[in-house]
Design a binder for this molecule. Sequence first.
Ligand code: COA
Length: 123
Amino acid sequence: MIIGVGADLVEIERIKDAVDKNINFLKKYFSSEEIDYFDSKNLNPETIAANFAAKEAVSKAFGTGVRNFELRDIEVLRNKIGKPYVVVHDKAKELKEELEIKNILVSLSHTDDYAIAYAVCEK
Ligand SMILES: CC(C)(COP(=O)(O)OP(=O)(O)OC[C@H]1O[C@@H](n2cnc3c(N)ncnc32)[C@H](O)[C@@H]1OP(=O)(O)O)[C@@H](O)C(=O)NCCC(=O)NCCS
């Protein structure tokens, strides 16, 4: 049963600026496995922006926004054929358990200017 949906749209230029200007930006918001994936894509800002959007979309699907957990606690990875999937940690994991969420599904897309993500939470 679906208990939450979330969407988020991110301007790619803003993410590109953040990555260029702040050496700590990636480490603040993304796990080492996410950063490895970005590296494999030559730090393509579209991919980084889509991952960022996915984290915010999941926070909306929780119904809380980014509250009482860190965006870094929501990890957005890829399976062997490129499909994104979500792994939650720490406070976000606690919230997932509290809300009795079994599955978190995401879908990502990007153009030159924007990245978008949708998230669905299933009980
Ligand atoms: C809710 C939140 C994810 C919105 O993200 P944003 O990038 O600021 O704004 P967006 O345009 O993407 O989304 C705004 C929409 O999110 C929706 N939204 C607001 N609170 C929400 C919640 N608790 N759960 C799900 N969706 C929510 C609303 O529809 C809102 O649009 P509206 O104000 O026109 O009704 C974000 O503001 C947030 O996490 N806030 C809570 C904690 C906080 O204030 N943290 C400081 C910033 S980290």
